[in-house]
Every structure is written in structure tokens, then in C-alpha cells.
Ligand binder design. Structure first.
Ligand code: NAD
Ligand code: DAU
Length: 353
């Protein structure tokens, strides 16, 4: 829905996993836009993810916290952003179980502060403006063995993380209905790929396999997720930003459901080949551990709306994506070592011991 004129776009959370792929895509593809990346650089944010574009003339990095209202308001007054692609969030379910309030602060209050700043900047005159909220399929809760989440599935979040994302989705829609703010929300399934912090299943297990550490599978491992290669998500975000309809929601998914245990076995097999280990060596590292409380059984996305209306579909198969991901982590040991030192060790001890 955005006209391709010169735009000032604020991307929040652009130093994180998905955000850095979105920032890179926009900076490289649209030299007529200026991309501002606002990120607090929490444990999950990393400027190393943005090395390729850090000196581009159409790119500015701003270190700052979306929960700091004064700072956010001043920033909007100074730059008068035309649109926001909002990704900044606390994103890890296990951390939300230990510290739910941190998730309310960033995901709910932070989003509210951005909504207000955007609304006040444009004084409800929103021509060619857009607030694009990046959300998750976890807001829909859990599925049984069959069925798919569609855009009309009721919200039924089960974890503090998904409750906070559901709440922020509701506020975005409320600003659309109440103040006429143009918005789009996309709800995406599990992403994987390079630059993902190794607390999430795939990068955690790649790192542990490299280091011959146990692979902690929660419960019986029979939980199902739909997996999407992160660069395909970034392409979908670009498409939705430019062609999506105002006040609409789009589900984004990989048409790629895996039970955790099957995925872990595939990963072990691919890693054995890459590391020249005896086939079966990595599988021996699998350790069943205490289940995640409130663990959602199954997520599966019906992405037919974005496919039908905007012509998007994933371009990378799971085997290819996983291969690329393993290769990236194997050849970026320095990145991996830098993010797994210090606080990561404390997190790991608390979570898994
Ligand atoms: P991430 O944890 O890798 O990155 C989050 C980024 O937000 C980090 O760079 C961090 O520094 C920044 N941030 C956190 N709190 C902030 C604050 N208060 N102010 C400013 N910046 C702050 O997350 P991700 O996996 O890249 O997810 C990005 C977005 O996409 C999130 O909104 C998440 O809910 C959503 N999402 C993620 C997935 C997934 O599989 N990872 C799937 C669907 C939707
Ligand atoms: O569905 C989209 C969501 O996917 C995003 O909104 C979240 O930001 C993202 O973190 C992800 O949430 P999940 O909880 O599904 O991802 P995670 O990688 O933490 O876990 C994937 C599955 O693997 C889940 O069933 C729990 C299981 N798991 C995870 C970890 C970290 C394990 O069995 N062991 C583990 O150590």
C-alpha cells in the first residue's frame, strides 16, 4: 500500500535476527528510502549482523529503547517517519516464562509508545503512512493434530510471550479502528537461518552439536512447528509493506511442518555429514528433558491469503535452508563464540540445569 516515493522508514529491532535481514533487504533494494534502525541492543541485538550495510548513505543506526517515551517522542519529532516496520520485541518463550514483566514492558508498552508517537507526529492525518506490526502465529494458541491457523482464527495465547504479542496486535488494531491509523499485521511461523541467537531450537542445537553437548528436547519431542527460512520472511515483509492492504492481516508460513524430534534427527544427520562424524554420532546427544510449561502442541499456518493476493511463496526448501544455516554457523565461529560467552552461560545454566 505504500507509494514508492522517497520515504523515511523506521525499522525497530533491526539488529536482531529477523530485523537485520529486513534492514539489509530494504537498504540494499531501495536507495530512494532512508532506513532508520532503532534498537536497544539487548542480548539479542548485534551490530555484527549489519556489517555489510553500516556505511550505506541511506542507513542510520540509532541505539535506543522503545519503552523510553521521551526519547521516542523526540526521535519522531526530529525525523517524522513516514512508516514503521515494528519488530523490536522480547522474543523467546522460555525467557517469558521466567520474566513475564519484561515482555509486557517491551512488547506491549513499547508498542503503545510507538503507536502514540506515530499518531501524534501525523496528527491523525495519515496519507501514505503505515504502521506495520510484525507478529507471530503463537497468538492463535495451539492446534490439535489437524487444522491450520487462518487470519480469522480467534486469539488464544498460552505463554506470557504470546499474550504480550496478542496484546500488542490488539492495540495496533484498536488504533486503526479508533484513530484511523493505517496498519498491517503479519503473523508468521518459526523462522530459522543465519544470525539467530542460539537460544532458539535450531541454532542452539547446531551450537551444541558442534561442541558435543547434550541436545535438550523438551517433553517427548512430539511438538510440531512450521518452519520458514528467514530471508523468505524478509521478502514477504517487503511485499506486504508495498502491496498489502490497509487494516489487513496476513499469515506467513513455510508450508513446512515438522515434529521437533524429527527435525532434530534431520539436523543431526546433516551435521554428521558436514562434520565428517560417524552417522548417528550427533543423535546420541539427544536428551529428553523436563517439558516447557504450557507448551503449545502444534502450530501450522495457512498462508494461502498472502500467496493468493500478493503472490508470495517460500523460495527455499527446508533441506536447502537448513544446509545454508548449518554452513553459516560452521563458518562464523567468531560470531557464535562472541554471543555464547558471558551472560549466555548464566542463561544456559539456569535454563537447562
Ligand atoms: P530477536 O530477539 O532476535 O530480536 C529482537 C530485537 O529487538 C533485538 O535486536 C533487540 O535488541 C531489540 N529490542 C528488544 N527490546 C527492545 C527495546 N525495548 N527497544 C528497542 N529494541 C529492543 O527477535 P526476532 O526473532 O528477530 O523477532 C523479531 C520480531 O518478529 C519479534 O517481534 C517477534 O515477536 C517476531 N516473530 C519472530 C519469529 C521467530 O521465529 N523468530 C516468528 C514470528 C514473529
Ligand atoms: O511460532 C513463531 C515463534 O517461534 C516466534 O514468535 C518466537 O519468537 C520464536 O521464538 C519461536 O517460538 P518457539 O517457542 O516455537 O521456538 P523455540 O525455538 O523456542 O522452540 C521450538 C520448539 O522446540 C518448541 O516446541 C520448543 C522446543 N524446544 C526448544 C528449545 C529452545 C526444545 O525441545 N528444546 C529447547 O531447548
Amino acid at each position: 500500500m505504500m507509494n514508492e516515493v522517497d520515504l523515511k522508514i523506521l525499522i525497530t529491532g533491526g539488529a536482531g535476527f529477523i530485523g537485520s535481514h529486513v534492514v539489509k533487504l530494504f537498504v540494499e533494494k531501495y536507495s530512494n528510502y532512508h532506513i532508520f534502525n532503532l534498537d536497544a541492543l539487548t542480548y539479542a541485538g548485534n551490530l555484527e549482523n549489519l556489517k555489510d550495510i553500516e556505511n550505506k548513505p541511506n542507513y542510520t543506526f540509532i541505539k535506543g529503547d522503545i519503552t523510553n517515551e521521551t526519547f521516542v517522542n523526540e526521535l519522531f519529532n526530529e525525523h517524522k517517519f513516514d512508516s514503521i516496520i515494528h519488530l523490536a520485541a522480547e522474543s523467546h518463550v522460555d525467557r517469558s516464562i521466567k520474566d513475564p514483566l519484561a515482555f509486557v514492558k517491551t512488547n506491549v508498552i513499547g508498542t503503545m509508545i510507538l503507536l502514540n508517537a506515530f499518531k501524534n507526529t501525523w496528527n491523525d492525518n495519515f496519507s501514505n503512512k503505515l504502521f506495520y506490526h510484525i507478529s507471530t502465529d503463537e497468538v492463535y494458541g495451539t492446534l490439535g493434530e489437524t487444522g491450520l491457523f487462518t487470519e480469522t482464527t480467534s486469539y488464544n495465547p498460552n505463554s506470557p510471550y504470546s499474550a504480550s504479542k496478542a496484546s500488542s496486535d490488539h492495540f495496533v488494531r484498536a488504533y486503526g479502528e479508533t484513530y484511523g491509523m493505517p496498519y498491517i499485521i503479519t503473523n508468521c511461523s518459526n523462522n530459522y537461518g543465519q544470525n539467530q541467537f542460539p537460544e532458539k531450537l535450531i541454532p542452539l542445537f547446531i551450537n551444541n552439536i558442534i561442541n558435543n553437548k547434550p541436545l535438550p528436547v523438551y517433553g517427548d519431542g512430539n511438538y510440531t512447528r512450521d518452519w520458514l527460512y528467514v530471508k523468505d520472511h524478509a521478502v514477504a515483509i517487503d511485499l506486504v509493506f508495498h502491496k498489502g492492504k490497509n487494516h489487513e492481516t496476513y499469515n506467513i508460513g513455510g508450508f513446512n511442518e515438522w515434529k521437533n524430534i524429527d527435525l532434530v534427527k534431520l539436523l543431526c544427520q546433516q551435521m554428521d555429514e558436514k562434520l565428517n562424524r560417524i552417522i548417528g554420532a550427533s543423535e546420541k546427544l539427544i536428551t529428553y528433558v523436563k517439558d516447557r510449561p504450557g507448551h503449545d502442541l502444534r502450530y501450522a499456518i495457512d498462508a494461502s491469503k498472502i500467496n493468493r493476493e500478493l503472490g508470495w511463496e517460500p523460495s527455499v526448501t527446508f533441506e536447502e535452508g537448513l544446509n545454508k544455516t548449518i554452513d553459516w554457523y560452521s563458518s562464523n565461529e567468531e560470531w557464535l563464540n562472541s554471543v555464547t560467552s558471558g551472560d549466555y552461560q548464566l542463561y544456559y545454566e539456569k535454563q537447562y540445569n
